[in-house]
Design a protein around this ligand. Structure first.
Ligand SMILES: [Zn+2]
Length: 283
């Protein structure tokens, strides 16, 4: 059975803060988000593959023209990556870089989710349906029904928050597949675990210049999982995609390779197929 591939771009560059240039170890151009949004439309048009853009709320107003271009292509869903890119849960890596990141105080979380919803609606007329959470977490939001309650209240129907294994690191196993948060009392909210290595960590650990090797890693995942009937939530960033590759050449090569073997769709289109409107339990 053919597998499904959901391409998602976390678009998040904030000069001086995201990504941490000390962690990257090299300069990341300040205008990364603008250049990425301009170029990615052409790449996706060329291969005719849909994707979801997870946009940092604080950057929406400065990139309206580029976001309109993405939306007008008919190939992109636009969703959010919180307003300021603070971790919603504490991250404590037990291996690898052993990063520790303190989660944002609960009383500041609602504004981080609500603001991008309002901005996408006000400026682009878009109903934001999904969120990818900064850094991703072990178990996603399974242990945070308080955050799920905020997400549900603001009209979001899916999250992409589960990207780390029990060491709070990578890779996440491929057996983890989309699931509804029904045990937590939110049967209409779907979680998309991000399987395998997240691009930023693979490339940080193996070398930013090793693009051919990273592409080979992705192709290996395509070959391994294309016929398993699974859903692959793939994650790239604006800055990882452009770093060492201003034309997004390897991104295009990955899309060409994968699209022939997987069915490709946006996150929200996958959600709608999984949960038709008539099936919703709470609206
Ligand atoms: Zn991010």
């Amino acid at each position: 059975m053919q597998s499904k591939l959901l391409i998602g771009y976390d678009v998040e560059r904030v000069p001086g803060r995201v990504p941490g240039e000390k962690w990257v170890g090299r300069k990341v151009p300040e205008d990364t988000t603008k250049r990425f949004l301009q170029r990615i439309v052409d790449v996706h048009r060329a291969v005719n593959v849909p994707a979801t853009i997870f946009m940092l709320g604080r950057n929406i107003e400065a990139h309206l023209r580029e976001l309109e271009g993405c939306a007008a292509s008919g190939l992109f869903e636009i969703a959010q990556h919180t307003h300021d890119h603070f971790p919603l849960k504490t991250v404590v890596e037990e291996t690898g870089s052993r990063v520790y990141l303190k989660g944002l105080d609960f009383n500041r979380i609602e504004e981080q989710i609500a603001e991008p919803v309002a901005l996408l609606k006000r400026h682009l007329g878009i109903d934001c349906k999904g969120i990818t959470t900064p850094y991703t977490y072990y178990r996603g939001l399974s242990d945070r029904p308080d955050i799920l309650e905020i997400i549900a209240r603001h009209g979001l129907v899916y999250t992409r928050s589960y990207g780390r294994n029990s060491l709070d690191y990578f890779p996440l196993g491929w057996d983890l597949q989309p699931f509804f948060y029904d045990r937590q009392g939110f049967p209409d909210i779907l979680e998309f675990p991000v399987q395998g290595w997240i691009d930023a960590q693979w490339r940080h650990d193996n070398g930013w210049d090793k693009q051919d090797e990273y592409l080979a890693y992705l192709k290996e995942q395509v070959d391994t999982h294309a016929d398993e009937g699974i859903c692959w939530a793939h994650l790239q960033h604006d800055w990882t995609s452009l770093l060492c590759d201003p034309e997004l050449d390897w991104t295009r090569r990955f899309l060409e390779y994968a699209a022939g073997k997987f069915e490709t769709l946006t996150y929200h289109d996958f959600y709608k197929a999984k949960k038709p409107e008539s099936d919703k339990e709470t609206v």
